[in-house]
Ligand binder design. Structure first.
Ligand code: WT7
Length: 594
C-alpha cells in the first residue's frame, strides 16, 4: 500500500485523518470517489441548472438569483451582511432579484450592454454583490478590483479591461481614482455607492437604482458569452485578464457540491474577498446557485470576531485560507474551544499550501480537519480537493474532482511527457474541457496559447502524486509571489520602484513568512548621486505603498550596489532570493558580469 512513492515532498508523513460514518451528521455528497468519477459527465452536471426560460441560453445570474426568487426560496436569506460597525442586513433571494434587476436597468439606461466591462472597486458591501450579479444579468462583464489596490494596479487593470463603468465608494474614489481619471480613457461612468461627497463626473448609484425599473428580463445569453474578467499575475509583463464565460456556472455549482459538500440548508461563509476569484466563484456564485445563505463580513480578519461569526451565525460550511488559519493558530486553540461550534460541519481552505499542522489544528480547535483544495484564477473553480467522506492526508491538496483529469508532466522542448510513476516531481497539468476553464487572456493570445501543450493545460505549479492519487504541492515554477493568498507579479512592483527618481534598478522576490507564506521584498540599486539611507528606504516603501496599495507594496526593502541580471538583461530573482536566504546560488553561468 503506502510505498515510498506515497510520501509527501517533505518526506514526513502525517497520519491520515479518517472520518468514520458514525461522525457524519449528513451524508456527504461524494461518498464513493471512484464510482462518482466514473459516472460523472459535464452534460449531466448541466442538468442541475435551469437554463434561461424558453431555451434562451444560460446566464449565471438566472441560476444564482432569479430562478430561486421565482420559487420556494424567494424569502430565504441569500446574503447576510455583517457590517464593520455591527449592523446586520439581510437580502433574500427576492431582494437580490430586485436589486440586480434595478442595477441591470441602470446599465441599460447608460447604454451599457452585452460584453461591456463593468469594474468594481469596493470592500465587502452588499452593493458589490448586487453590481456583480446585475452586471452579469445584463450580459455585461464583471471585473473586480481588490479594494486594497493602490492607484497603479487599478489604472493598469481598468485600462487593460477597457472598462466603461466603475462602481466604487466616495472614499475609494477620492483616495485612489480621482487623480487618475484623466488616464482612464475607456471609463465613461463612475457610480458611487453611498451618499456623502459628490465628485465631478460621478453619479449616485442609489438615486439611479431608485429610478430604475425593478423588473428585468435577462437577454438571451450564450453559455460561451463572457461573464467575468479576473486579473492574475505572471512573472513578467502586465497583469493578465483571465476571461470566464457563463457556462462556468456549471462548474461552480458541481465543484461546490463535491468539494465544499453543500447541502440545502447550509449557512456558508467564504472569507475570501470578491476582489479575487475565490470571492466570486465561491463567495458569490456557488452558494447562490445552491440556494444557500451566505455570510458576508465587511470587516478584516479578527480572531474573536471570526469565532463569534462561526458560532452565532451557525455557519455549517466554512471556506477560508491558510494565512487566516495560521493567524488563528497563533491565538491558540483554547479561544476556539471555548466556543460552541456544533453547527460547523465542514472546514475547507484554499489559495496557498496548507501546512499539515494546520490541518490537524482544525481537529484540535474545531473537532474537524481542514480540507485543503487547489485551483487557480485560470481554472475558475476547484480542481483538486480533500473530500468530506474521504480520509484527509495532511499536507496534500487531495484528489481531482469528478470531471477533472490531472497529471504530473515534464516539458521537453515543446512537448509534454506524462510522468505516470508516482512520487516524481513535475508540473501539474490538467486536461482542458471543464466549463469554468478560462477562455483567453484578454488581448494576449500568445500568452494564452503558451499555457497549453499536447492536449494539456499547464498550471505552472510543481507537484507530485502519490500512489493513491493524492496530489502534493511542491512550489511554483515561476517567480510569482504568494502573499496572504494573493498572487503578486514582481514586475508590477519593480516597475513602480524604478519610477522613483533615486532608483536605477529593482528586483522583487517573495521572502518566506510564517504567517503570510511570503512577503514582498524589494532590492534596489540607486542612481549615481544617491546614497542608501534609512530615510530613503522609508521613502521608497512609502512611495510604493501609495502607488501600489498595501496588498501589493513591498514590506521590506534593501539596497544593493547592483541587481543581478543574466546576459539577456533579465533580473535573476532566484539568485536574489538564494542570497537573501543564504541558500546555494545554483547555476549562475548566465549571470552578467557587474
Ligand atoms: C495559485 C493560484 C485558489 C483560487 C484563488 C487563487 C496556489 C492555490 C493551493 C493549495 C498550494 C495553492 C498555486 C496556484 N495555490 N491553492 N491548496 N496548495 N498552493 O488563485 O491567485 O490564481 O493562485 O495559488 O500556486 O497556482 P490564484
Amino acid at each position: 500500500m503506502a510505498s515510498d512513492a506515497s510520501l509527501p515532498a517533505s518526506g514526513t508523513r502525517w497520519p491520515a485523518i479518517t472520518k468514520p460514518r458514525s461522525d457524519w451528521n449528513v451524508v456527504p455528497n461524494l461518498v464513493d470517489y471512484d464510482r462518482t468519477r466514473a459516472a460523472f459527465s459535464w452534460e449531466n452536471a448541466r442538468r442541475d441548472l435551469d437554463g434561461l426560460p424558453g431555451g434562451r441560453g444560460l446566464n449565471i445570474a438566472h441560476e444564482a438569483v432569479d430562478r430561486h426568487a421565482a420559487g420556494r426560496l424567494a424569502t430565504r436569506v441569500a446574503i447576510r451582511w455583517l457590517s464593520k460597525d455591527g449592523q446586520r442586513r439581510e437580502l433574500t433571494y427576492a431582494d437580490l432579484r430586485e436589486g440586480t434587476s434595478r442595477f441591470a436597468n441602470v446599465l441599460q439606461a447608460l447604454g451599457i450592454g452585452n460584453g461591456d466591462i463593468v469594474a468594481a472597486l469596493a470592500g465587502r458591501i452588499p452593493e458589490l454583490y448586487i453590481a456583480a450579479l446585475g452586471t452579469i444579468k445584463n450580459g455585461s462583464v464583471f471585473t473586480p478590483l481588490f479594494s486594497a489596490f493602490g492607484p497603479e494596479p487599478i489604472q493598469t487593470r481598468i485600462n487593460i479591461a477597457k472598462a466603461r463603468v466603475l462602481v466604487t465608494t466616495p472614499a475609494l474614489y477620492q483616495k485612489k481614482v480621482e487623480a487618475l481619471r484623466g488616464s482612464l480613457p475607456s471609463l465613461e461612468h463612475v457610480l458611487l455607492v453611498g451618499a456623502g461627497a459628490s465628485f465631478a463626473g460621478t453619479r449616485d448609484l442609489a438615486a439611479l437604482m431608485a429610478g430604475a425599473d425593478s423588473q428585468f428580463v435577462i437577454p438571451p445569453t450564450d453559455p460561451n458569452d463572457v461573464a467575468l474578467l479576473h486579473f492574475t499575475s505572471g512573472t513578467t509583463g502586465k497583469p493578465k485578464g483571465a476571461v470566464h464565460v457563463h457556462e462556468a456556472v456549471v462548474a461552480h455549482h458541481a465543484t461546490a457540491r463535491f468539494a465544499l459538500d453543500f447541502h440545502d440548508d447550509d449557512i456558508f461563509w467564504c472569507t475570501a474577498d470578491p476582489g479575487w476569484i475565490t470571492g466570486t466563484s465561491y463567495g458569490i456564485i456557488a452558494p447562490l446557485t445552491h440556494g444557500l445563505t451566505s455570510i458576508v463580513d465587511e470587516a478584516d480578519f479578527d480572531a474573536e470576531r471570526w469565532y463569534t461569526i462561526l458560532e452565532k451565525e451557525r455557519v455549517t460550511v466554512w471556506y477560508t485560507a491558510p494565512t487566516a488559519i495560521r493567524m488563528l493558530i497563533r491565538t491558540g486553540a483554547a479561544a476556539a474551544r471555548a466556543r460552541d461550534f456544533r453547527s460547523l460541519r465542514f472546514l475547507s481552505s484554499v489559495g496557498e499550501p496548507l501546512n499539515p499542522e494546520a490541518v490537524r489544528w482544525g481537529v484540535e480547535a474545531f473537532g474537524r480537519p481542514f480540507h485543503d483544495n487547489w485551483w487557480q484564477t485560470e481554472t475558475g473553480g476547484i480542481m483538486i480537493a480533500n473530500f468530506a467522506a474521504s480520509e484527509v492526508r495532511p499536507g496534500s491538496m487531495g484528489r481531482p474532482l469528478p470531471g477533472i483529469d490531472a497529471a504530473i508532466v515534464r516539458r521537453v522542448d515543446n512537448r509534454i511527457e506524462v510522468i505516470d510513476e508516482p512520487g516524481i516531481q513535475g508540473e501539474l497539468a490538467l486536461k482542458p474541457g471543464w466549463p469554468s476553464m478560462f477562455r483567453a487572456y484578454l488581448s494576449d493570445d500568445v500568452r494564452y496559447r503558451r499555457c497549453f501543450a499536447d492536449g494539456y493545460y499547464l498550471t505552472g505549479d510543481l507537484a507530485r502524486r502519490d500512489s493513491d492519487g493524492y496530489y502534493w504541492f511542491v512550489g511554483r515554477a515561476d517567480d510569482v509571489i504568494k502573499s496572504s493568498g494573493h498572487l503578486i507579479g514582481p514586475f508590477e512592483v519593480e516597475s513602480v520602484l524604478v519610477e522613483h527618481p533615486a532608483v536605477a534598478e529593482a528586483g522583487v522576490i517573495g521572502k518566506p513568512d510564517p504567517i503570510a507564506l511570503e512577503i514582498v521584498k524589494a532590492f534596489v540599486a540607486l542612481k549615481p548621486g544617491f546614497e542608501p539611507s534609512e530615510t530613503l528606504r522609508r521613502e521608497l516603501l512609502a512611495f510604493t505603498r501609495v502607488r501600489l496599495g498595501a496588498a501589493v507594496a513591498p514590506k521590506e526593502l534593501d539596497f544593493r550596489p547592483s541587481i543581478p541580471k543574466n546576459r539577456a538583461g533579465k533580473i535573476m530573482r532566484r539568485l536574489l532570493k538564494a542570497r537573501e536566504l543564504g541558500l546555494p546560488e545554483g547555476d549562475t553561468s548566465t549571470l552578467e558580469a557587474s
